[in-house]
Design a protein around this ligand. Structure first.
Ligand SMILES: Nc1nc(=O)c2c([nH]1)NC[C@@H]1CN(c3ccc(C(=O)N[C@@H](CCC(=O)O)C(=O)O)cc3)CN21
Ligand SMILES: CC(C)C(=O)C(=O)O
Ligand SMILES: [Mg+2]
Length: 288
């Protein structure tokens, strides 16, 4: 089987598909995630903040792309996601939706753009859809966000919920900590059921004990997407700069490093600098 992506009608635009890792779906929709859950087939999500990584991850068969507010850390260099604005999210999401042909693109709602009221949430989410053409939005919160989730879904905006450790509430939660241990497990279950009831099509479980995430995944009919939540969730999500080794800072324990992009780019940038300084670049073939 060729691993070269094809844009023909017959062939889905990703390389070397297998039944287990790249279901033969030409364009991923929210209902596909539900169908994969029912079939016991896992799916993937990676963050993406620009057109080139969106194209690349789409070609690889990554099922969903999240334009995460983790861009506050990975693109803009803040220490938290809190300062990220809706305008910044829209600008980045525009690139991602242009790059993705197969993957479902979900835009994160940044802090302060939905918590105030369901109306505020609708106006913010509608901007993400109209101006960046995302297929769905994601927001953080459980029971307390049910009115927002309901308003968006009733207004035609698919919502992915996000419970457990919710980074926008880092200051309220008291740092980066596992959520749902012990008695807090019951609260997490209530949050999970509340977002499903409100109409969410999926829910991210962040930094939740594996056994609790497994129970949530069993009890819910909507798919769960884990990050630091064990291997029993329906899907998995990671921040690409963590997983592929561009981020050389401290990465969370739940990250597996699949590549060392930092070294590749460091080597290339050093070689370019050396070539220019010793006069070997540009060579005649680079000159008009
Ligand atoms: N680069 C990046 N990767 C992420 O996964 C990520 C972001 N940014 N920004 C938004 C949120 C914040 N997230 C984070 C950030 C830090 C930890 C962390 O430091 N975890 C520690 C402590 C766990 C504990 O105390 O129990 C760890 O070792 O996993 C976890 C999740 C996940 N998201
Ligand atoms: C870590 C994921 C789930 C996220 O919300 C983000 O990238 O912003
Ligand atoms: Mg986020």
């Amino acid at each position: 089987m060729s691993s070269t992506p094809s844009s023909s009608e017959e062939t889905a635009p990703y390389g070397a598909p297998t039944a287990a890792t790249a279901p033969a779906v030409k364009k991923v929709r929210t209902h596909h995630l539900r169908e994969w859950k029912e079939a016991g087939e896992k799916f993937t999500m990676l963050t993406s903040y620009d057109v080139m990584t969106a194209r690349l991850f789409d070609e690889a068969g990554v099922d969903t792309l999240l334009v995460g507010d983790s861009s506050g850390n990975t693109v803009l260099g803040y220490s938290t996601t809190v300062p990220v604005t809706l305008d910044e999210m829209i600008t980045m999401a525009r690139g991602v939706t242009r790059g993705a042909t197969r993957a479902l693109v979900i835009g994160d709602m940044p802090f302060g753009t939905y918590q105030a009221s369901p109306e505020q949430a609708y106006l913010s989410a509608a901007r993400l859809m109209k101006e960046a053409e995302v297929a769905a939005v994601k927001l953080e919160g459980g029971v307390e966000m049910a009115p927002q989730i309901q308003r968006l879904t009733q207004g035609g905006i698919p919502v992915c919920a996000h419970i457990g450790f919710t980074p926008q509430s880092e200051h309220a939660l008291g740092g980066y900590r596992v959520q749902g241990r012990g008695d807090a497990g019951e609260r997490l279950l209530r949050d999970a059921h509340a977002v499903q009831e409100a109409g969410a099509f999926a829910v991210v479980l962040e930094m939740v004990p594996g056994d609790v995430a497994a129970r949530v995944t069993k009890e819910l009919t909507i798919p769960t997407i884990g990050i630091g939540a064990g291997n029993q969730t329906d899907g998995q999500v990671l921040v690409w700069q963590d997983a592929f080794g561009l981020n050389t800072g401290r990465v969370p324990r739940f990250v597996k490093q699949y590549a060392d992009v930092h070294s590749v780019l460091l080597e290339a940038a050093r070689a370019y600098t050396a070539d220019v300084k010793d006069g070997s670049f540009p060579a005649p073939e680079h000159t008009f």
